[in-house]
Design a protein around this ligand. Structure first.
Ligand SMILES: [Zn+2]
Length: 147
């Protein structure tokens, strides 16, 4: 199963199904708990910062945990330390930057501010009105000061 073009606003470069690998443990903590074995891994490049991310994913490619690395090679060797044998399982996605950006736009959909169009990487909070309008914190502030 191929991952989507964009996960966590990052372009997916490669992926691996690691459920058959020997899990060596992880020093990755999520909410204070060490992350256990996951079925899928993805290496992705953050569309904003260019940072290489090693994503620990569920079967539906939801992100369970992630770590940042200087390069894809570094992410792979980290994956190999956590999932022995994973280095031979990687497959390239071949997704272009444009494909990833287009996918990110689509997946944002309702998380976009209805007024200014800001996306989650540009606001701190989003409030949804009963009428279905979404307002980012910055637009809410503008409304408050205009009152
Ligand atoms: Zn806004």
């Amino acid at each position: 199963m191929k991952p989507p073009e964009s996960i966590a606003a990052a372009r997916v470069l490669a992926y691996a199904s690691v459920s058959s690998c020997d899990f060596q443990g992880s020093n990755l903590f999520v909410d204070g708990v060490a992350l256990g074995p996951v079925p899928r891994l993805a290496i992705a490049e953050d569309l904003q910062s260019g940072t290489t991310l090693l994503l620990r994913c569920g079967l539906d490619w939801s992100v369970l945990g992630l770590s940042g690395h200087p390069s894809a090679a570094a992410a792979r060797s980290r994956a190999e330390r956590e999932y022995r044998g994973s280095s031979s399982l990687w497959r390239e996605t071949g997704y272009s930057d444009e494909e990833a950006r287009a996918a990110r736009e689509t997946s944002w959909g309702e998380t976009r501010c209805s007024i200014c169009g800001r996306t989650p990487d540009h606001y701190a909070a989003l409030v949804k009105s009963p009428s279905g309008t979404s307002l980012c914190d910055q637009c809410l502030n503008d409304l408050d000061t205009a009152r």
